[in-house]
Design a protein around this ligand. Sequence first.
Ligand SMILES: [Fe+2]
Length: 195
Amino acid sequence: MATQTLKETVMHDHRELFYDQYKNAADAESKEKWSNQYTWVVTRHSVSEEIVVYPLFEKKLGEEGKKMADKDRTEHREVKVLLARVGNLSVGAPEHENVLSKVNDVLAEHMKGEEEHDLPLLESKLQTEESYNAEREFQRTKALAPTRPHPTAPDKPPYEILAGFLALPMDKIKDLFSKFPTEEEIKAAKGKAGI
Ligand SMILES: [Fe+2]
């Protein structure tokens, strides 16, 4: 993969939630797969932001960066609480649809703030090489992040890392029993979304 800045990668992830696939799924089985996929990508992306991106706001942008990080962490907490609720609802129940749609609305607003304000400001303070390095760290962290939201886990490192990683084996076990879209289905969804 070509080298990307941190902002490019975060924005790319934001385009790969596939909420429409969930919303337009024709049957419960397919809805369940896209709901699981949504939860998984949002969770690992959020954990990676909390570990790699928000501490950079604080380090590079002083008081304003601290405010940005606090606001973003609060919004993530709201999303994690809602996603944990989604996990306890049966797919196909109207409430499942309502809560996931609420998650998607909260996230849309949150991602807009990151894309239009937070990330451009951070990139303006990063050397290109620094941004590439942060991007690689972001990707590596994502690969290790838990696959289910843990709304009670503290969201500042190193606690998030520890709490998230401690929960990892159980999450992995749960995943064995969960349904996810196949690689082909994801590829087709990407083609449809033009990403
Ligand atoms: Fe975020």
